[in-house]
Design a protein around this ligand. Sequence first.
Ligand SMILES: [Zn+2]
Length: 472
Amino acid sequence: MPTLPSPGRDGLLQALDAWFDDGRFAGELARRIAWRTESDGGSVPDTLAGYLREEIAPALQALGFVCALHANPDPRGGPFLVARRVEDPALPTLLTYGHGDVVNGMAGRWQEGLDPWTLTPRGDRWYGRGTADNKGQHTISLAALAQALRSRGGRLGYNVTVLLETGEEAGSPGLHAFAQAQREDLRADLLIACDGPRVSARQPTLFLGSRGAVNFTLRVAARDRAFHSGNWGGVLANPATLLTHAWAALVDAHGRIRVPELRPAGIPAEVRAVLRDVPVGGAPDDPALDADWGEPGLTPIERLVAWNTLEVLAMEAGAPARPINAIPPSAVLHGQLRFVVGTPWRDLGAILRRHLDAAGLPQVRVEVGMEAAATRTPVSDPWVRWAADSIERSCGRAPAILPNLAGTLPNDVFSELLGLPTLWVPHSYPACAQHAPNEHLLAGLAREGLRIMGGLYWDLGEPGAAPWRRTG
Ligand SMILES: [Zn+2]
C-alpha cells in the first residue's frame, strides 16, 4: 500500500542522484574493486579479512553499526562480518546480505586496456571484477542506507543487521553452520539483499528466492588403458558409447528431462500469473533462444525459472584434441540439475542410480558433488506487493516479480534457517559478464538502483505502511 508522497522521500532520492552524479559512488566502488578478494582459487587470501576490516567495517561504524569479524567455521571459507545497528530492541529488524569475495580476476583476458582491479568506465559500462557481483551491488545498497539514515535525521525506525560473507564464489563454505551458530545475532524479521541479475537491463526486478543446483558426475571406467579400435572394436564395450546412452536416458534430444522424479509436478497458478509478461533475452548481447528446446507447452520464462533442467557442463573420452584409433579406457561427464522448490534433490544420487539401472546401464557410476537448496517466498506474501509498490514509486516502473532467480543463491540460510521473508533486488543484468572477463556494471542501472534501495529503506520506516510482522 503506497504511502502519501513525502518531501523527505523525494529529498532522499535527489540526494542519491547527487551521490552518483558527483562521483562519490564511483570513488567508493573503485576503492572496493581494487581489493583482490578472489575466493575461488582453493585458498583463503588475507584480502578477504582485509576487505571486511578496512573497507566495509569503517563505513558501517560511521553509521552507528557495531561490527564483529568472525572466523569461518569451515577452513575452506573466508571470514564473516556481522554489523548490527540497534535503535531499539522493540523495533523490527531488517537483515541484509552481500559477499565481498569475487571470482578469479582473469587478468590479461579482458578487452584492451581493462584491468580487473581498476574500475574503468567506458560509456555506460563500468568495468572491473566485482562491479556486478557483488561489490557494486552491496555498495549501492549500503550507500542508499547511509543516505536514508541522513534523510531520517539519524533514526530509521527499525534495526539493521548487515551480514557480509567472503566465500560465496567458493560455494559459501561455512555459511550455514555460521548462521546456525549465530542465530541470535542474526535474528531479524525481513531480508532485503542485492545480488544476481535483473530480467533485462531496463526492467527493475524483484525475486523471492532461487532455484537450487546439484552438480554430479557420470563415469564409466572400463579398463586401465586404451585398446586399438581395429584389433578390439566389437568385442570391448566402449565407455563413451555407454556414457552417451546414459545421458540420453536422462534427457531427450530437445532438453526435456526423462526422469519422472526430477520433473516438477506443475507450475503453481500464482507463479504462472506473475511470470505472464516477463520476457527472456532480447538484448543485443543475448543469445537467440531455441524455440524447440526445453519442456513443451511452457513459455521461455516458465522454462527458465519455474521448471527444472539437466545440463551437461563438460564431458570427455579419449583425447579430443588428438584423437587416435583406440577405444578409450574411460569416459566422464559432469552434469548439473537446476531445480525448483519441491524437487527431491537430496535423493538425486539414488534417483539417477535407479533410472540408469532400469535403462540397462549399471556400468555408469554416479557421484554427487556440490549442492544447494531451492527456496521461494510465496508470491502472495504482503512484503512482495509492498516492495513492488516501493520500487515503482522510486523509478516510475513496476518491477518484474520472479518467484525465484533461475540461478542459485544461498537463500535457504535466510528463508529456512532464519525463517525470514526474502526480497532480492538485483542491480546487474544478464550480459554483465560476471564470472568472465569484462565484468561490468551499467552506470544507469547503478544510479537507478540507488534510488530503488533508498526508497525501500525509507518506506520500511514509514509507521504503519510497511507490513512488518515479527518472525520471532
Ligand atoms: Zn558470483
